[in-house]
Design a protein around this ligand. Structure first.
Ligand code: PMP
Length: 427
């Protein structure tokens, strides 16, 4: 029996579904999850000793490549100085200063331990600041698993959302309005009707949790205009896109200044660290300055901050994003070309170090579009690539991630594997 299968069976006895986060279980693609024994650069090795080129990079954080020697050294150094204090440290100030400098819309910032905490806290803050209850999110965008965000669209337009998870009271999601990504007309209509009651709009400014979906220029412009007009807090959830699509995040590409920003993944360099920040007048409402409560035993953890600071240092080196973007674009274009040559309906897109592959004629613009792609064919492609030693996201609804360690040889090896895999799934 494969050691991965053996571990999966053992895991299932004491861990629900055998995993500590659902998508790891290969639920939508089937088969046995790969248990990672170690990772380095662009690769990881599973429990059977098989090597994979990794295109999830811990779902985003591993932007400088796994186990980067400088990051590991920073972590080791921090660890010998103590793991957690529950009192402030100088490194936390360094981190806050770095974030505020790199993402200029952020004037003040709080460190937390997960993206879920960051978005949950940002929403509470927006509600506390505005004194309003209602929030807007977009279908297909994921902002972590806090109660008011686990919501799906109601049955008609302008109806409030229903819980998408058991265990969430309908009352909790009653204040969450779910709109369509890239639907400017619906957004304008909603603000015209309810604008004065809406505390915040939260969005993935480039979506990566319904595959990679880009917003139109008009959509982001209208979002900023309407939120300004109605005194609604605009929250850019850049947990995934922050330091990933560009050094300044999606907001730097859009030329938009949001009121609040959430960060995670890359900011912690692979350690549990996330952040939320923005306008000083809004951030000033947080405890101990203001009445919005927010706290954390491990917030600003010294080992996580050390990993994050070193990662932020590396990504600021000259040419980092030019290289990352070029490698990612080469991969996306190469995959699209390979599909065309194999006669498989598939297209691809990328931005910075993030990419999407879609088994559809055209690149989708929203959730409804994504669900129309050929997920059966994706499943077969995923497994054919896995056999080839290429680990793609085990779901047709997720974006992929490239790191600085994905050099030309690795991209070419991936494309050669893809040509063979697409040959197998053609027809
Ligand atoms: N927001 C976005 C945009 C995300 O992609 C994620 C995680 N994939 C989260 C929030 C939640 O972050 P975490 O898993 O660290 O709680």
């Amino acid at each position: 029996m494969s050691r991965n299968l053996e571990l999966f069976e053992r895991a299932k006895a004491h861990i629900p579904g055998g995993v500590n986060s659902p998508v790891r279980a290969f639920g939508s693609v089937g088969g046995t999850p790969r248990f990672v024994s170690r990772a380095n650069g662009a690769h990881f090795w599973d429990a059977d000793g098989k090597q994979y080129i990794d295109y999830i990079g811990s779902w985003g954080p591993a932007i400088v490549g796994h186990a980067h020697p400088e990051v590991i050294e920073a972590v080791q150094q921090a660890a010998v100085g103590g793991l957690s204090f529950g009192a402030p440290t100088e490194a936390e100030i360094d981190m806050a200063e770095a974030i505020c400098r790199l993402v200029p819309s952020v004037e003040q910032v709080r460190l937390v331990s997960s993206g879920t905490e960051a978005t949950m806290s940002a929403i509470r803050l927006a509600r506390g600041f505005t004194g309003r209850d209602k929030i807007i999110k977009f279908e297909g965008c994921y902002h972590g698993h806090s109660d008011s965000l686990l919501v799906k669209a109601g049955s008609g337009l302008l109806t409030f959302g229903n819980p998408s998870s058991a265990g969430v009271p309908a009352d909790f999601t009653h204040h969450t309005l779910v709109l369509e990504y890239n639907n400017v007309e619906q957004l304008a209509r909603t603000f015209a009707e309810l604008g004065d009651a809406i505390a915040c709009v939260i969005l993935e400014p480039i979506a990566g949790n319904m595959n990679l979906i880009k917003p139109s220029a008009e959509f982001v412009k209208e979002l900023r205009r309407l939120t300004d007009q109605y005194g609604t807090v605009l929250i850019y959830d850049e947990v995934m896109t922050g330091f990933r699509v560009a050094l300044g995040g999606a907001q730097s590409l859009h030329g938009i200044t949001p009121d609040l920003t959430t960060l995670g993944k890359v900011v912690g360099g692979g350690m549990p660290l996330a952040a939320f920040g923005g306008r000083a007048d809004i951030m000033g409402k947080i405890s101990p300055l203001g009445g919005v409560y927010q706290a954390g035993t491990l917030s600003g953890n010294p080992v996580a901050v050390a990993a994050g600071l070193k990662t932020l240092e590396i990504i600021q080196r000259p040419g980092f994003y030019e290289h990352l973007s070029a490698q990612t674009a080469k991969l996306a274009q190469g995959l699209a070309d390979a599909a065309k040559a194999a006669g498989v309906t598939m297209c691809a897109d990328s931005v910075g170090g993030m990419f999407g592959i879609y088994f559809s004629e055209t690149i989708p613009t929203g959730y409804a579009d994504v669900t129309k792609s050929d997920l059966e064919r994706f499943k077969r492609f995923f497994h054919a690539m896995l056999d080839e030693g290429v680990y793609l996201a085990p779901s047709g609804y997720e974006a992929g991630f490239v790191s600085a360690a994905h050099d030309d040889a690795i991209i070419e090896q991936t494309l050669a594997a893809a040509r063979r895999a697409l040959g197998k799934v053609a027809g």
